[in-house]
Design a protein around this ligand. Structure first.
Ligand code: ATP
Ligand code: MG
Length: 362
């Protein structure tokens, strides 16, 4: 095991985190447990669950080059808790320290056509898809597909936002208007048996460690429940992990890579999307694995070496959205629950406010 990089004469290393959301918050908590400081850079101090638990914060925009340079100079490595960080931002940071997950990983994950094209090029099956820049493109694609489809913005979608489900007879102009983008993708609607996600950590030397695969259920396009390790046959788990490894290698990723898949009714594994960061479907690893996804990322960024990812039995994780917060007293009353609340002030409907994990058994 290599020792942690020393930090600017202050004895303990410091990780920079771009973004102030709950993923950054859980990275900062994992770092603190290992005696590692964190510096959160986010544009809005009022909406920064991560900033609340970090050692230091910078409140500045992602295109403020001077602030970015000062931030990068104050830390040993920088990671981003969201994939939509502008490429130019990461380039400025990469000039002075290790930048995770790396430019190619961000570039692919920021665009639905780019990530599916990358997957397909590596021989990883995806749902059929068409690039949509106009109503004419959409009309032709819907006709070629001839069945139920889903239209999504290529950039900046999350939690099912920027998506419309369409049938061939629908008003296509209205569908295009609803997604509000001339950079869109039409995907065939997969009648899936289930959804799973895979996660790995990769270091700068290209070494990789997998986590057990998660099984996920979404409601209204938002992750509702994860059960893990996923009750799937070994061949499916192996295929998901080897596809994830191929993607991580292809983009020379440093940090974490999560990949979401569908399992089709006829048993095929299909790539849905990738996220080069901690993933909601692996929050169960905080209590459920010898090393959590957040700790693993901290270890990669500070040169502490990989931790063991053996699961402690079977786990369930449920997301707590704004409309679920009345469940909190009941959840607190059950000693088997591990409750996490992100400290967000505004409990809006469908906003991720926290999650709860509990062990299902051996
Ligand atoms: P998130 O960032 O929360 O993971 P997202 O907004 O990026 O989600 P997707 O993962 O593309 O969006 O879609 C959200 C969910 O909608 C999927 O997990 C799945 O349940 C459903 N879905 C998306 N695309 C398809 C498809 N082609 N066929 C069937 N279901 C789909
Ligand atoms: Mg998704």
């Amino acid at each position: 095991m290599t020792s942690p990089v020393s930090s600017h004469g202050q004895g303990t290393p410091c990780i920079g985190i771009l973004g102030g959301g709950q993923l950054g918050r859980m990275i900062a908590i994992a770092a603190a447990q290992l005696g590692i400081r964190t510096h959160v850079y986010a544009p809005d101090a009022q909406a920064s669950p991560a900033g609340e638990v970090a050692t230091t914060t910078t409140t500045a925009s992602y295109d403020d080059v001077e602030s970015l340079r000062r931030f990068a100079a104050s830390v040993d490595a920088v990671t981003s808790e969201f994939e939509n960080v502008p490429a130019a931002t990461m380039q400025v940071i990469g000039e002075s320290c290790l930048a995770s997950p790396g430019a190619a990983a961000l570039q692919a994950a920021q665009h639905r056509i780019a990530e599916k094209t990358l997957a397909a090029g590596l021989g990883i099956p995806t749902p059929r898809f068409w690039q949509i820049g106009s109503l004419q493109d959409l009309t032709l694609a819907v006709k070629a597909l001839g069945g139920p489809a889903i239209l999504k913005t290529c950039r900046l979608g999350y939690d099912g936002k920027g998506q419309v489900r369409i049938s061939p007879d629908d008003d296509l102009a209205a569908a295009l208007e609803a997604v509000g983008s001339d950079d869109a993708i039409l995907e065939e609607m997969i009648a899936f048996d289930g959804e799973i996600s895979a996660l790995l950590a990769r270091d700068a030397q290209g070494n990789m460690v997998h986590f057990p695969v998660s099984q996920n259920r979404h409601e209204n396009g938002i992750l509702a429940r994860t059960v893990a390790p996923a009750p799937v046959i070994p061949a499916i788990e192996e295929a998901a992990q080897s596809a994830t490894a191929a993607l991580a290698q292809a983009v020379d990723l440093v940090g974490l890579l999560a990949v979401e898949f569908f399992i089709s009714a006829d048993g095929r594994l299909l790539f849905n999307e990738m996220a080069p960061r901690p993933h909601n479907s692996f929050h169960w690893t905080i209590e459920g694995c010898a090393t959590s996804q957040f700790t693993q990322l901290v270890r990669v960024l500070t040169g502490l070496g990989f931790g063991d990812t053996t699961p402690y039995g079977r786990w369930q994780m449920d997301n707590l959205l704004g409309q679920h917060l009345d469940q909190v007293p009941g959840l607190l009353a059950d000693a088997g629950n591990h409750l996490h609340l992100y400290g967000k002030p505004d409990a809006r409907e469908d906003r991720k406010m926290g999650h709860v994990s509990h062990r299902l058994g051996d």
